[in-house]
Design a protein around this ligand. Structure first.
Ligand code: GAL
Length: 680
């Protein structure tokens, strides 16, 4: 009798080991999934709507976006995987039409099933694959070769049948970091930027970016009247009333030596003569921000020496807003920002500038009060009044200028929902804009134009970033509405899929980049990032080199998106290579494009002011590229050239490009960033 309970336990154990069980894909840990934009969600589309494929709604499954990768570990005893797949209906009609996704199931490196290219509106397809003996599974959503627009992809009713250990998701493997940037010398080195733009009479704040040991002494010959220099910090403040070009000879000296350089202030109507550099709160903290956190980031920016490399802005993103009120009936900060003016002053006192965030829509992306809400708490009482009057744009701008903000990120959010009706009613004309375009995009320019006009009327220089994800080819009209930079893409994530997707879509906007006008492929995803859920970036070290190199070649704003208090040596070395930054900050302001490719090795060339060329040999392939490169004519590089490795800051050789090849060993998903300077 005594053995009976033991026996039944044994039977139970036996059955639980041999009886097959089911686990649903939506029950697994989806935080390990990577995708080009947004995040993978359980039982919702990636856009937080119900899962709907060709008008059929599904209660369970996952919503993702191409390119997407989910890695599942099996124990070889999983029987099968089954699902229905298709493009989610949630994308706006125009995008849905453009969508094309291929779903692929890969087991132990072999393709087990592929859906073929599917478009928005196609009925869901069934996949059933046997997984016996397989230990590693990849569920991949490809963009089918034409970009990722509208590619919201669902795996619904997706389940595994298994015996033994339940399948579980895993992260991409991490690789060891390695530092290419040499340590900065102790002697002073004056780093880029060497140009600064401001309007006549508006306040100037410029910290001369100099690396080297402190203490240091700064002097400026011909300091224009109206400006003063703090000789121990190198912070220049004041104003210049008369428009013109002011060349200043700047000298920095410490016990080890001296550096001297010309820095030019252009006083006129142009701001951001080089791409803005700084930090923004969103990629790391999401909306979970406070006065205290922002101050800490400003402190860390200076303590880490990032200001010595040109980083100048501390930008507050979504999450600062409370209710409307104050002397201008503007959006006031919430309780986490008890005194905005004091915070702004604090950041300025460190020689840094400060940015703010808002939206023309009723609410922001994270649900805070936007510029068009017609009640103090952001709710809408009369929907016909809610937009179209922009009654608060003026109030908000006045308030920001009075607080002392230097940068605005103005985010479209859901503004599209009212676009057409809004266009009919709005008293502001957009006809003065020089460009023609699709109906939607013309209407969509309006809130940005109105904001741009108000910003320009303030007695303060406020750099204006248009955040509308590149709609209506914003690079063609962003300047006309008063912008200095504009997002060209949807939100970046810290995945290879995202960085690659964004990188490949930048060339079309390149021709519009110039001093004062920058294409913004979104903020950097290096270091500890996570949108409120902080973790080490999922990018591999070589991918991080590629990411920073490309953003430099693209003349993109360099906005750090990580927790500066948790900065590691590797990330700092990526962010503080003065020769790579000089490519980004080059005064000519050209944006590199891919001029030649060999397979997946894409070669980007950026012309620099001194007549040299920065060349990124960018390997988008999974395999390393070892080649003997001869096609210099394709890069428009001729004759004898000095070839310098910018990451290692080392001349490699003098090369007669017409005669000799250059041997290149580019890591998988990695880069060699070289500068070619003609030998005189
Ligand atoms: C998104 C924007 C992000 C971030 C976020 C804040 O629309 O693209 O960069 O600003 O809003 O809610």
């Amino acid at each position: 009798m005594k053995f009976l309970p033991l026996f039944s336990l044994f039977i139970l154990l036996f059955f639980s080991c041999t009886k097959s069980r089911t686990v649903w894909l939506d029950e697994l840990d989806l935080s390990n999934a990577d995708q080009a934009t947004g995040i993978t969600r359980a039982n919702q589309s990636m856009w937080r709507t119900p899962l709907v494929i060709a008008s059929d709604t599904f209660a369970r499954g996952i919503g993702t976006h191409a390119f997407g990768v989910i890695r599942v570990q099996l124990d070889g005893k999983t029987n099968f995987f089954e699902a229905l797949v298709g493009v989610d209906d949630s994308a706006p009609e125009g995008e849905l039409k453009q969508s094309s996704v291929e779903f692929v199931v890969i087991g132990d490196g072999h393709i087990l099933w592929r859906s073929g290219i599917m478009h928005g509106g196609d009925k869901a397809k069934r996949v059933t694959v046997s997984l016996k003996g397989i230990s590693s599974l990849i569920l991949r959503t490809d963009h089918a070769g034409d970009g990722i627009v509208g590619d919201r992809a669902d795996w619904v009713n997706a389940k595994f049948e298994f015996v033994g250990k339940a399948p579980y998701t895993v992260q991409r493997k991490r690789e060891a970091d390695y530092i290419r940037t040499p340590k900065a010398p102790v002697i002073p080195l004056i780093n880029a930027p060497y140009r600064y733009g401001a309007c006549p009479g508006n306040s100037i704040l410029f910290t001369i970016p100099v690396s080297g040991e402190r203490p240091m002494n700064f002097t400026i010959a011909d300091l224009p009247s109206g400006l003063s220099l703090d000789s121990s910090t190198g912070i220049v403040t004041g104003k210049i009333d008369v428009a013109g070009v002011y060349n200043m000879k700047v000298t920095a000296t410490n016990v080890h030596g001296t550096d001297c350089r010309e820095i030019i202030f252009e006083i006129g109507d142009k701001l951001a003569l080089t791409p803005p550099m700084g930090w923004n709160s969103w990629n790391v903290f999401g909306a979970d921000i406070s006065d205290e956190k922002i101050r800490k980031m400003a402190d860390a920016m200076v303590d880490l020496g990032l200001t010595n490399y040109g980083y100048a802005y501390i930008n507050i993103d979504d999450g600062w807003q409370g209710q409307r009120g104050g002397k201008y009936n503007a959006v006031m900060p919430n309780e986490k920002f008890p005194d905005m003016k004091a915070l702004v002053d604090y950041v300025h006192s460190k020689g840094l500038k400060i940015g703010i965030y808002s939206s023309p829509w009723v609410q922001t992306f994270a649900g805070y009060v936007g510029g068009s809400a017609d009640t103090p708490d952001g709710k809408v009482i009369n929907s016909s009044r809610r937009v179209g009057k922009y009654s608060f744009t003026k109030n908000d701008v006045k308030q920001w200028a009075e607080w002392g903000f230097d940068y605005l990120k103005y985010d479209w959010c859901s503004y599209g929902g009212v676009l057409d009706r809004d266009l009919d009613k709005d008293p502001y004309s957009v006809s003065s804009l020089a460009f023609q375009g699709g109906g939607d995009s013309i209407a969509g320019r309006k809130p940005f134009k109105i904001m741009g006009d108000y910003l320009r009327k303030q007695p303060r220089d406020i750099v204006y970033n248009l955040c509308q994800y590149g709609m209506g080819d914003v690079w063609k009209w962003g300047d006309a509405v008063g912008g200095q930079c504009w997002r060209t893409t949807n939100d970046i994530t810290d995945t290879w899929e995202s960085v690659k997707g964004i990188a490949l879509s930048q060339d079309r906007a390149a021709a519009w980049a110039k001093p004062g006008n920058w294409n913004d492929p979104d903020m950097l995803v290096l270091g500890i990032v996570g949108w409120g859920n902080p973790h080490q970036t999922k990018l591999k070290p070589d991918e991080q080199y590629l990411h920073f190199s490309l953003w430099s070649l693209f003349s993109a704003p360099l906005l750090i998106g990580c927790d500066l208090e948790k900065m590691d040596d590797f990330t700092l070395s990526l962010l503080t290579n003065n020769e790579v930054i000089a490519v980004n900050q080059d005064p000519l302001g050209k944006q590199a494009t891919c001029v030649y490719s060999i397979g997946e090795l894409r070669i980007y060339v950026k012309e620099l002011e001194d007549g040299s060329k920065a060349v990124g040999f960018c390997n988008f392939d999974r395999e390393k590229a070892d080649i003997s490169f001869r096609d210099f004519d394709k890069l428009n590089i001729t004759g004898k050239q000095t070839v310098r490795d910018l990451w290692r800051q080392k001349d490699i050789k003098t090369l007669d490009t017409g005669r000799k090849p250059l041997s290149l060993n580019v890591p998988a998903h990695g880069v060699l960033l070289y500068k070619f300077t003609p030998v005189q």
